[in-house]
Design a protein around this ligand. Structure first.
Ligand SMILES: Nc1ncnc2c1ncn2[C@@H]1O[C@H](COP(=O)(O)OP(=O)(O)O)[C@@H](O)[C@H]1O
Ligand SMILES: C=C(OP(=O)(O)O)C(=O)O
Ligand SMILES: [Mn+2]
Length: 550
């Protein structure tokens, strides 16, 4: 078979038992029989091994990651420091450098490990991107059927008209059974996720078995490739209203890209990875990856509906007390149980959502939304931005979160992550900022900053903004109801706040009003302003021609 010869040539893989292009149903059963699948957190039960088909594909596949790997391992994520990309890739931020000789040694050890154990590997051929003009062929090769099924759920398949598939293909090799040895391999821990631009390889060596690694790693590749052809790749969700008015929502993890783009009155383009090209918007994926923790089925009906559909993957959600996974239906999972992870997840193919744009494509955006979840509680719920504010906030990429569920943590943790996607934006921020500026100017989109974080005080005193309020603010902006509205300026943070908004109590629009202790508000806002200023200086954004706005 062709793929086998490809993999022998690319990696030197021999004596491998391949499971090539299995159907989703086959992958489901393989996952149950072989992975840390449904039923037991420690692997399949004897009964499952004996009767894997009993469960049928009608339920979700419930998958448990390694307990240490319930999210992405940013510090263990690298690109190979090949001389030809040493200046191009933005190694200064979240993407770490892997030295070529160490990488070659590690890759060889991974291949020897697979050859020696005569491994079984699942192979899935998909595309990143649903527009054949620029879709990147993505071949997943890995030990877990769950990951192959995840890739099947999440990416476009069978796309006609893609040119030079063999020459342009990227291959991921995902090997959780390998253990990196830092002293020998040059890794930081027992796992490493490495992007090799020269050979078009993504290597996942060791336990980095959170499903999201299989989408965010190839997304990082997309962010490296797309700007070379003048396409802006963005860490944002996108949807389209009844009047063909598209919106994009940028934001770091947990700020609301997935939640807010899932809106029954608008058609979804995608929830996380979007291209803005001369043709308009295009999803890089074909599925969504939603958070499940504390899911309120009334507040998030689109996501809740998808939960009952076949062929989904649920990650790290425990069963309700007294329920066994063997019998589990989504209603018998405890969506409020964060004991395995706060970051519980659910992957569903877009076909499980009746309200999507065909081929993941849509027009140029009318509205650009920058999302932030400010746990300091000082940013206005909504601010109206001018283009230079957008550039400033885009490169700053601010959000502040609470540190999970740890007892005693009361201080919000600020994050400044350029372009709202530091770990994935492989090129320097000015590359994306320049493209965004050009496109905004050409297409005259309106821009807002939406704070989905705290109100009435910082975390500990205040409360998270109600989802219904955030949606009302967002809808008003999308419908043009805030265009030209009277505003006042928050002087410390230099943000323009509307004085009124349909369906929203005006009293909350200026966050200072919602704090009982005004001095505490001013002090916290000043602290945040200083953090913005430090970050701007530290990252050298003035050298990129970005104007400082706070
Ligand atoms: N006002 C709000 N706006 C958006 N999300 C909120 C809000 N309040 C609570 N949430 C919760 O915050 C989380 C946002 O996560 P998600 O939409 O998955 O973010 P992203 O896709 O950007 O990582 C969801 O679990 C959502 O239920
Ligand atoms: C999948 C992810 O994206 P998000 O949290 O932005 O949905 C992730 O960051 O692992
Ligand atoms: Mn998301």
């Amino acid at each position: 078979m062709r793929f086998q010869a490809d993999l022998e040539k690319l990696f030197g893989l021999k004596d491998i038992s391949y499971k090539y292009e299995l159907s989703k149903a086959e992958l489901f059963h393989e996952a149950i029989a072989n992975d840390r699948g449904r039923v037991h957190r420690d692997g399949p039960s004897d009964e499952q091994k004996a009767f894997p088909t009993r469960l049928g594909v009608n339920g979700p596949l419930v998958y448990y990651t390694d307990p240490d790997c319930t999210g992405r391992r940013t510090k263990d994520t690298y690109a190979v420091n090949w001389p030809e990309v040493a200046d191009e890739i933005w190694f200064k931020a979240d993407l770490n450098r892997y030295e070529p000789a160490q990488y070659e040694g590690l890759l060889k050890r991974v291949i020897d490990h697979l050859n020696a154990k005569k491994a079984t590997l699942y192979v899935k051929d998909v595309f990143m991107g649903s527009d054949p003009d620029f879709a990147v062929p993505y071949r997943f090769v890995g030990e877990y059927a769950t990951h192959a099924m995840f890739v099947h759920n999440m990416f476009p398949k069978n796309l006609a008209g893609v040119k030079d598939v063999d020459a342009r293909r990227w291959t991921m090799l995902n090997v959780p059974s390998f253990v990196c040895e830092p002293a020998r391999d040059g890794s930081r821990s027992e796992a490493a996720v490495i992007i090799d631009t020269r050979n078009k390889i993504c290597l996942v060596a060791g336990r980095a078995d959170y499903c999201g690694v299989n989408k965010k790693t190839i997304f990082t590749v997309g962010n490296y490739l797309m700007p070379k052809e003048g396409r802006l790749s963005m860490h944002c969700s996108a949807n389209v209203g009844k009047n063909n008015d598209a919106a994009i929502l940028f934001g770091l993890s947990g700020t609301g890209k997935t939640t807010l783009s899932a809106d029954a009155s608008r058609r979804l383009i995608g929830d996380d990875e979007t291209i803005w090209s001369d043709n308009g918007l295009c999803n890089l994926e074909d599925g969504c990856y939603a958070k499940l923790i504390d899911l309120d089925k009334n507040a998030e009906p689109v996501i809740a509906d998808a939960l009952s559909k076949a062929g989904t993957i649920i990650e790290n959600v425990p069963p309700l007390p007294g329920k066994k996974m063997e019998e589990c239906h989504p209603d018998e999972l405890d969506l409020f149980d964060g004991s395995i992870a706060e970051n519980t997840r659910f992957s569903y193919p877009l076909e499980a959502n009746p309200n999507v744009m065909p081929n993941g494509q849509g027009p140029h955006p009318r509205t650009i939304v920058l999302l932030t979840a400010d746990a300091f509680g000082v940013l206005p719920p909504i601010s109206i931005l001018e283009p230079k504010d957008v550039m400033y906030h885009f490169v700053s990429g601010f959000t502040a979160r609470v540190a999970g569920t740890e007892v005693g943590v009361s201080e919000p943790q600020p994050t400044f992550s350029a372009c709202f996607g530091g770990p994935f934006m492989a090129q320097k921020p000015n590359v994306y900022a320049r493209l965004l500026a050009e496109k905004m100017e050409k297409h005259h989109a309106r821009c807002i900053l939406l704070n989905t974080g705290w109100s009435g005080g910082a975390y500990g005193t205040g409360k998270r903004m109600k989802l219904s309020v955030t949606r009302a603010l967002l809808n008003a902006a999308l419908n043009g109801e805030l265009d030209g509205v009277e505003t006042e300026t928050q002087p410390i943070l230099n943000l323009k706040m509307p004085k009124s908004c349909p369906g929203v109590d005006s009293a909350i629009l200026n966050p200072r009003n919602t704090w009982s202790d005004k001095d505490a508000y001013d002090a916290t806002a000043t602290k945040l302003r200083d953090m913005f200023r430090d970050n701007f200086k530290k990252k050298g954004f003035a050298d990129y021609g970005i104007e400082e706005r706070i």
